[in-house]
Ligand binder design. Sequence first.
Ligand code: BG6
Length: 478
Amino acid sequence: MSSTSRGVRIRVREGLCIEAKSDPCGLVIFGASGDLTRRKLFPSLTYLKEHGLLPGSFYALGAARSAMTDAEIRSLAPELDAVYYLRGDYDDAAAYRELKERMRALDKTHQTGGNAIFYLAVPPELYPVILRGLGDAGLLDGAAPGGWARVIIEKPFGRDLASAMELETALGAYLREDQIYRIDHYLGKETVQNILLFRFANSIFEPIWNRSYIDHVQISVLESIGVEKRAGYYDQSGVVRDMCQNHMTQLLALTAMEAPTSFAADHVRDEKSQVFRSINPLAAENVVLGQYAGYRSEAGVSPNSRTPTYAALRVDISNWRWEGVPFYLRTGKKLGKRAAEIAVTFKRVPHSLIPQLRPEDLEPNVLVFRIQPDEGISLSFEAKKPGPKLCLGALTMDFDYDEVFGEDPPEAYQRLLLDCMQGDQTLFIRRDAVKETWRLVEPLLDSKKFEPAFYDPGSPGPAAADALIGRDGRKWRL
Ligand code: BG6
């Protein structure tokens, strides 16, 4: 099969599309009456079904405190055949006995082999409560003898290193690591998965992917929206917990990691953890935090809140590959544009052959992974403009997902749900990464040390962030 667009062409080799088979299973969604189920989980399950990727034997059972009937929950996912609902309190042992009976019955009806995924779409304070309920009811060994049980949780994984480790202790009391699927939805994004393929399925980039050829890397996740209706959560959290500890450090790890032995989950996760361990502690002069003007008057935000909504960091990795190559990370809300990308800027040519031009007059090559929107990859290089005169200019070779494939990349949750059904933990966060990333960002939580600088909504962020990168003689790309 091939797909073409303005000279960009992909030849997909038949037989080389790897898609493991999912085991039969039931999916129990705690907090099913909430937003995540309606906005992400049911649409993703529907997509998987329509693409023939759901296991033939499957059911979804919503569980939550609100009263709801099977018919009501089915109306949220009409294309799915087997959707059910069970009302119960999360701390009521009887509710888990009832859940067990219901799952046993559904397991028989749908032939799911006792396999069950528990998706905890609830506030994190409830994770230990639900785990205890499930554990005491014997459901974490599977819904029936011979079955497996897996648990999916989402960030925040704690508020700091100590509380994250407390949560890990609670998880570890009931589950083995191979049963725990910690979601960072950025890892489910198609464009993010492509970073590893791009780096390790091509031979031409890896030899230059190091301090000898790369000048610096910029990782930006810029948002134009503010805290919207999530102020209650956000004001207690802030950008460091909300974005830096998770999405930003994951993007950094994928860009900086060594080649894993294989794409097996632990091979990939070992190499990512190795990056986290090589990052130097963040010095105060390498950190700028900001807060957008007007944030304090958003509904639900404390009027003298010091919660940062913006962060710019210079991160240095001490190892053979990256010594001396700065990674600039930048993320924030209410900025002038919505754009997420990783830009790898190569070193300038060492010498110019043209007397009128100095090496610094030539643009350095930049390789950009555009994560969203306008998903794609581009590479810029200098080229001669046609004509008798010698005119040089920077050209960009551009691959755009939409142009080549004719559709937007799929939703992250589709991939992540499917991977959990298949028992593939590659795109999920391992315990050691939770610990290492908290260790890295925890110093930024000290609000006495880091006073956020104000920036105007719709601007590129605080002026101090320009100074941070400007100090090194560089500029933000976006
Ligand atoms: C979430 C954060 O994890 O990621 C949000 O809690 C943020 O504050 C969101 O807006 C960004 O995700 P995406 O997929 O919209 O880039």
